[in-house]
Ligand binder design. Structure first.
Ligand SMILES: Cc1cc2nc3c(=O)[nH]c(=O)nc-3n(C[C@H](O)[C@H](O)[C@H](O)COP(=O)(O)OP(=O)(O)OC[C@H]3O[C@@H](n4cnc5c(N)ncnc54)[C@H](O)[C@@H]3O)c2cc1C
Length: 414
C-alpha cells in the first residue's frame, strides 16, 4: 500500500478544506476527528476580515498589510490571500456550497439578533445587506412559527426595523409544524428542518407563507430548511410568491450543519478517509520531526504519513487546553502564545475583547509550528488554533480556516 500523503487532525472547516484540496490531486489523505466541529455553529456566512483595532474593515484584502505581522494573512501575503480566497469559493462550490460575496469588499450579514456584521461570503438565499445601517427593502414580513425557539423573533424584528425597514411579524400555522407535539426542542431549527424535509410539509409551509404574505417586498424566514443540501431551500424559494430570504438562527444551525455534511461527503467522494469519533491521543517525535501518531481506539498501532497537519481548533474544540497554570497545545506540546498569568486570560466584560480568544500555536512564516523554538519540519498548523488572530474581535474566522488550509495544501503538494 502507498504511504499516506497527509494525515490531518481535526475535521472542521480548515481540516476538511485541506483534505479536499489534497484528495482532488489523487493523493492519499486521512482526517481523524474527535467530535462535531464548530462549523455547525455557523449561521450561513463566512468572514474574511471585519475589524482592525475596533475599526470596521470594508475592503479586507486591501487591509491585510495593516494587520500585525504575526497574523496568518501576513504570513501568506495579501496577494496570495486574494488568489486563495478565489480558490476557496470555487472549492466550496465544487462541494455544492454556493456562496455570494467578494473578498475585495465586505457585505453585511444579519445575525440571529437582527444586527449587521461584515461578511465575505453568504450562502445564496441568506438575507444580507450592502450597507451596515440599511436593509435593501423598505418593508418586509418576518414569518414566525409560534413556539419557534432559535430566534428571539420580536427582538430581531425590532432591530431590523432600526435598519430602515418596516418589519411586520406574522405567525403562520402549518399542520405538524406550528407547535411542539411532545418536547419544546421540536421547535428548534435543526429539528424543524428534519421534520420538514422535502415532502408535503415543505409544500404546506410554502402555502401558509403565500396565504399570509401577499404582495410583500420581502419575506424573511429563519433558516429551517435544507439539512443535507440546498434542494429544499431552492424549492421553497420557487414556491413562495414573494422574494424569500433566510435568516441566521442560534446554533446549532441548519446552514452550518448542511455545509459540514457537504464538505464531509465531498471529501469521502474524492477518496479521502474520514475517521470520525476518533481522537489522536499521542504523538511520537524527534526534536523537529513527527514520526507517528496514535489514537485512543488503537493506542498501540502507529499511524504514519509524509505530512501531518494540526487542524484541531481552539479552546472550544480542545485543540488548546486551559490547565491550572497555562494554556497548552496538548498533543505535541507546541509553543503557545498566551498570557502567562491566568488572571490575564479573561476580562470581566462578557462581550468584550477576551485575551484567551487570541491564544494560539506559534508558527514560522510557512505555518510550521515551533516546539521549544524549533520548527517541526513535517507538521503544519491551520485554522483557528493558530496564534496571531482573533475570530471574535477581528471577524476573520472562516477566512483564516480556508486560506491557511489552501496555503498549506500548495506547500505540501509542491
Ligand atoms: C468561543 C468561540 C465561539 C465561536 N463562535 C462561532 C460561531 O458562532 N459561528 C462561527 O461560524 N464561528 C464561530 N467561531 C469560530 C470558529 O470556531 C472557527 O472559525 C473555525 O470555524 C474553526 O475551524 P477549525 O477547522 O479551525 O476548528 P474546529 O471547527 O474547532 O474543528 C476542530 C476539530 O478538531 C477536532 N479535534 C480536536 N482535537 C482533536 C484530536 N486530538 N484528535 C482528533 N480530533 C481532534 C475537534 O473535535 C473538531 O471537530 C467561534 C470560535 C470560538 C473560539
Amino acid at each position: 500500500m502507498t504511504t499516506l500523503h497527509t494525515l490531518i487532525i481535526g475535521g472542521g472547516l480548515s481540516g476538511l478544506t485541506l483534505g479536499i484540496a489534497i484528495a482532488k490531486t489523487g493523493r492519499r489523505v486521512s482526517i481523524i476527528s474527535a467530535a462535531p466541529s464548530t462549523l455547525q455553529l455557523n449561521g450561513g456566512s463566512m468572514e474574511l476580515l471585519g475589524s482592525i483595532d475596533g475599526q470596521t474593515v470594508t475592503h479586507p484584502i486591501e487591509a491585510i498589510p495593516s494587520l500585525p505581522e504575526e497574523h496568518p494573512y501576513r504570513k501568506i501575503g495579501a496577494g496570495a490571500c486574494a488568489t486563495l480566497a478565489q480558490e476557496a469559493v470555487s472549492l466550496l462550490s465544487d462541494t455544492g456550497i454556493y456562496m455570494d460575496g467578494n473578498a475585495e469588499i465586505n457585505h453585511w450579514r444579519i445575525t440571529p439578533l437582527g444586527v449587521t456584521k461584515p461578511a465575505w461570503l453568504s450562502l445564496r438565499g441568506m438575507a444580507t445587506a450592502t450597507q451596515p445601517d440599511r436593509l435593501p427593502w423598505s418593508s418586509a414580513t418576518l414569518v414566525n412559527l409560534p413556539g419557534f425557539m432559535d430566534n428571539p423573533i420580536h427582538l430581531m424584528a425590532h432591530n431590523l426595523s432600526m435598519l430602515g425597514c418596516k418589519v411586520t411579524v406574522r405567525d403562520i400555522e402549518v399542520e405538524g409544524l406550528s407547535r411542539p407535539r411532545r418536547l419544546a426542542s421540536e421547535m428548534r431549527a435543526a429539528n424543524l428542518a428534519r421534520t420538514i424535509g422535502i415532502g408535503s410539509k415543505l409544500r404546506r409551509l410554502a402555502e401558509a407563507i403565500n396565504q399570509t404574505c401577499t404582495n410583500d417586498e420581502a419575506v424573511l424566514l429563519p433558516a429551517i430548511v435544507g439539512m443535507e443540501d440546498d434542494y429544499p431551500v431552492n424549492l421553497l424559494r420557487r414556491w413562495v410568491n414573494a422574494p424569500l430570504h433566510f435568516l441566521a438562527t442560534m446554533p446549532p444551525s441548519v446552514p452550518g450543519t448542511r455545509m459540514a455534511g457537504q464538505l464531509r461527503h465531498y471529501f469521502k467522494m474524492l477518496g479521502g478517509k474520514l475517521l470520525s469519533a476518533e481522537t489522536v491521543c499521542r504523538a511520537e517525535m524527534t526534536t523537529d520531526h513527527v514520526t507517528a501518531l496514535f489514537t485512543t481506539k488503537s493506542p498501540t498501532i502507529p499511524i504514519t504519513a509524509e505530512h501531518y497537519v494540526l487542524a484541531s481548533g481552539s479552546l472550544m474544540s480542545q485543540g488548546l487546553l486551559a490547565t491550572r497554570d497555562a494554556i497548552v497545545e496538548p498533543l505535541f506540546g507546541l509553543d503557545v502564545d498566551a498570557p502567562v498569568n491566568r488572571d490575564n486570560w479573561s476580562h470581566y466584560g462578557l462581550m468584550g475583547d477576551q485575551p484567551f480568544m487570541r491564544c494560539g500555536v506559534i508558527t514560522d512564516a510557512t505555518l510550521h509550528p515551533l516546539k521549544n523554538g524549533i520548527p517541526i519540519d513535517n507538521l503544519h498548523v491551520i485554522g483557528s488554533i493558530l496564534s496571531g488572530h482573533n475570530p471574535l474581535t477581528m471577524g476573520d474566522s472562516q477566512g483564516v480556516d480556508l486560506l491557511t488550509a489552501l496555503s498549506v495544501a500548495h506547500q505540501t503538494l509542491i
